[in-house]
Design a protein around this ligand. Structure first.
Ligand code: COA
Length: 338
């Protein structure tokens, strides 16, 4: 007797939303704060300006704004969301996590809600978690948010890091769908290497080094070995993409849009040249938003949609990389809800 099991649901990515705070910090502003120049920042990073949260805005405020934008763009009732994942490395509190707060702020009806932290790869890990939960039937309609207030953990006297990082939030909607293979989320590739933990870290504030009266302020801020991180990022962006495309039986020629973590224009140029993907197929908004860690990929995706670079049916390769060290790639066909 032939097996007649129900087709497994597929996770379909149907919409994106975004939010950046109103306050803009330009390179000219930074010139007044540290010994730097617009010319140095633009030539080494590609960043021209970034957004910084207002004093009374925390990560959940940014996340909730991005979720509201997503719900509005997709015409979704918040009560229909049964899973909310917030990827962040700058939560409002040690606990409670951000996700239950964001769910309440946006009118959701007690969904499963938790945070995930893989720093700049966090959004990729969040999509992987949502995909697994949707495809296994645990959830039917999931929102994944990447949200950061990195301005709160920047040493504003350190010119090597304060010019890079910024605040923002982005969100996507993932739904269960009975679509054919080759639709929805097609593949995921994740990895880590804890040997690189000190290349990008915040030394104090966790259980290894709790903050005391003797903790220097700089230890509560981002520390970075820029050259090592640069080397890692250019290598892993290419390797993770190639592994995922290989597993999916595709090549870079099948990709319509590369949405990689917006860390540095030079990293994106080096990696996309090595991968052989044309510049017009590479999403790039870091000149206006800087490095927003887990918010960076959904912000770039929303920007590509708004500019017309992202078209219905496009094969999209998203790649995140960052502290841990961690990385993650997701291959998805862009199928917005009509
Ligand atoms: N303005 C002016 N000069 C600066 C500066 C700034 N904002 N930041 C550093 N410099 C100086 C350094 O002090 C150094 O001066 P010195 O030669 O007199 O010592 C010089 O510029 C070169 O520093 P270096 O760190 O070697 O520069 P670099 O070419 O490696 O560029 C980064 C620095 C940070 C732009 C680059 O390493 C990088 O992009 N790394 C990856 C960072 C990243 O993406 N992190 C997040 C990943 S999730």
């Amino acid at each position: 007797m032939a097996a007649t099991g129900r087709a497994r649901p597929r996770a379909r990515l149907v919409g994106v939303g975004a939010y950046v705070p109103d306050r803009v910090l330009t390179n000219a502003d930074l010139e007044k704060m540290v010994d730097t120049s617009d010319e140095w920042i633009v030539s080494r990073t590609g960043i021209r300006e970034r957004h910084i949260a207002a004093d009374d805005q925390a990560t959940t405020d940014l996340a909730a704004a991005a979720v509201r934008d997503l719900l509005q763009r997709t015409g979704t009732d918040p009560g229909d969301i049964d899973l909310l994942i917030v990827a962040t490395t700058t939560p409002d509190y040690v606990f409670p996590p951000c996700a239950p707060l964001v769910a309440t702020m946006t009118g959701m009806d007690c969904p499963a809600a938790f945070d995930t932290n893989a720093v700049c790869s966090g959004f990729m890990y969040g999509i992987a978690q949502a995909t697994g939960m949707v495809e296994s039937g645990i959830a039917r309609r999931a929102v994944v948010v990447g949200a950061e207030t990195l301005s709160r953990i920047i040493d504003w006297d350190d010119r090597a890091t304060c010019v890079l990082f910024a605040d923002g939030a982005g969100a996507v909607l993932i739904e269960a769908d009975e679509g054919q293979p080759g639709t929805g989320v097609i593949g995921v590739e994740l990895g880590s290497d804890g040997a690189g933990r000190s290349d990008l870290c915040v030394p104090a504030g966790g259980s290894r080094a709790p903050i005391t009266g003797d903790t220097p302020h700089t230890d509560t801020c981002i520390h970075m070995n820029g050259r090592e991180v640069f080397r890692f990022a250019t290598r892993i962006l290419v390797e993770s993409s190639q592994r995922l495309l290989g597993e999916a039986g595709m090549t870079i020629d099948d990709v319509d849009l590369l949405v990689a973590h917006q860390a540095n224009e030079r990293i994106l140029h080096h990696a996309s040249e090595r991968m052989g993907i044309a510049p017009d197929k590479v999403a790039m908004n870091l000149d206006r938003v800087g490095n927003t860690s887990s918010a960076s990929i959904p912000l770039a995706l929303a920007d590509a949609l708004d500019s017309g670079q992202l078209q219905e049916g496009a094969m999209v390769l998203m790649v995140g990389f960052g502290a841990g060290l961690t990385w993650g790639s997701v291959l998805v066909r862009w199928e917005p809800r009509s």
